[in-house]
Design a protein around this ligand. Structure first.
Ligand code: PLP
Length: 459
């Protein structure tokens, strides 16, 4: 443990030199932030002052097996002592084994694995593979990519223009957009853009609207549809059962590739190994990150169907797309051990069972808190939507600073959990227990009650 003065010195150094992602150093300085974490075990982390916290979202909904797994540390250490990297043009045992493991776990003929370092890179690679694929099959005009509103696929130069999880806020600094980005509706039954009254109605209407969008933009120019099978932004969106099978059919009808972004949802998060497995749909390309290694090291992958990947073999077909840390053996060894833990400890099943318990407890909170408009999710990816008026389902105005006020209340109760303008996205480690969930729910109950008191909201 660091001493109090060491802890304060390191925090001051962070404020002077570190450019933390998505945080404002001026505001952090005013609020005694940032917390500097020094230890973690399971769902809990300890900061430099010795205070313990529950990390409700396990990092960025990414620490699937929880903090402090010595087996993963040992696997990485062992690989590092053997060979820490690879000479150009060669490969290593764990990278091959990870590729084979991913081919086994993923559905259908997904079997060719391009290893990278993070989710944005995995999606960038998916887009490049898609466009390069259509050149190889003789349809170079296919360049348009359909993504969905209220979704997120990363922040690097290309994928930044997919989805719109932050609305325009996250993108205005970086205009102009790259051409060919089309935006389909998000099948969120609580806010169906087309007035669907049930998840099924909404699913069908949104899938039909997606087809119309493609027709309008000329299907011969459309290369891919990319989507998170269960979207995590804006307090989670679970589509009705018709949606993904219909989207698959639309892709097949027009010769468009389907890219499943399983960066958040992969490796048990939604109670299946991959979220797309809930609907038995096989994508052409799948992006995985986060849970593949529970954030112990940077590793991610773009997994491609054999029928697509085969176009990249043979003279003149190689794709020139390489990343120094793609195929890192130490990260691959950690990922293999992480997947072994997920399988051996039955964490996918735990996610389904404990997730249902968590969702049930949140639905009970909804009975007493009118600010909760909706609770939804699958497994341990759960959204709680906050509304100013249940009848109209209206969000709060940003002037109310609901997100900031609620996040502070969570923090006062020992939770690391940031509320968003639309509510909460909850994604704890998959090893979480019912009693840890009870602790979280109690803190949510108190925090939300306190906020309702301030807003004078009564049942
Ligand atoms: N795709 C989804 C669905 C994500 O949630 C994220 C990150 O949160 C990304 C892609 C980008 O991943 P990364 O932050 O590792 O680049």
């Amino acid at each position: 443990m660091v001493t109090v003065s060491e802890g304060e010195a390191i925090r001051q150094s962070s404020l002077r030199h570190q450019w933390m992602h998505s945080r404002d150093w001026t505001k952090m300085a005013e609020e005694d932030d940032p917390l500097v974490m020094v230890e973690g075990k399971g769902v809990r982390v300890t900061d430099s002052s010795g205070k313990s916290w529950i990390d409700v979202n396990g990092g960025y909904v990414s620490v699937n097996v929880g903090y402090g797994r010595q087996e993963i540390v040992d696997a990485a250490y062992e690989q590092m002592t053997k060979v820490n990297y690879f000479p150009m043009g060669t490969t290593t045992v764990p990278v091959i084994q990870l590729a084979e493991k991913l081919a086994q776990l993923t559905p259908g003929s997904l079997s060719r694995v391009f290893q990278v370092s993070g989710g944005s890179e995995a999606n960038e690679s998916a887009l490049k593979i898609t466009r390069a694929y259509y050149r190889r099959v003789g349809e170079p005009d296919r360049f348009k990519i359909v993504s969905r509103k209220a979704s997120y696929h990363g922040t690097t130069g290309g994928v930044l223009w997919l989805g719109d999880s932050d609305g325009v806020r996250g993108r205005t600094d970086f205009e102009p957009a790259i051409p060919g980005m089309l935006y389909a509706p998000q099948p969120n039954p609580y806010h169906c853009e087309f007035g669907g009254r049930t998840p099924s109605e909404c699913a069908v209407l949104c899938a039909e609207a997606t087809e119309k969008l493609i027709q309008f933009h000329d299907p011969r120019n459309v290369a891919a549809i990319i989507g998170e099978p269960v979207a995590s932004p804006r307090a989670v969106s679970v589509p009705g059962d018709e949606y993904w099978p219909m989207i698959r059919e639309i892709c097949d009808k027009y010769g468009i590739l389907l890219i499943a972004d399983e960066v958040v949802t992969g490796f048990g998060r939604t109670g299946k190994m991959f979220a797309i497995d809930h609907w038995g749909v096989v994508p052409d390309i799948m992006s995985v990150a986060k849970g593949i290694v529970s954030s112990y090291l940077p590793v991610a992958a773009t997994i491609v169907k054999k029928e697509v990947a085969d176009y990249f073999g043979g003279p003149g077909n190689q794709m020139f797309h390489a990343l120094t840390y793609g195929g890192h053996p130490v990260a691959a060894a950690a990922a293999l051990k992480n997947i072994e833990i997920i399988e051996n400890e039955g964490l996918v099943k735990n996610s389904a069972e404990v997730g249902a318990y968590f969702k049930g407890s949140l639905e009970e909170l909804m009975e007493k808190h009118p600010i909760i408009g909706d609770v939804r999710g699958l497994g341990l990816l759960i959204g709680v939507e906050l509304v100013s008026n249940r009848a109209t389902r209206a969000a709060f105005s940003t002037d109310e600073r609901i997100a900031e006020r609620l996040s502070k209340k969570f923090r006062n109760r020992g939770l690391i959990l940031f509320a968003g303008d639309h509510g909460l996205t909850l994604g704890p480690p998959l090893c979480i227990t019912r009693s840890e969930i009870d602790e979280i729910v109690t803190a949510l109950d108190e925090s939300i009650g306190e906020l309702e008191g301030e807003l004078d909201m009564k049942r």
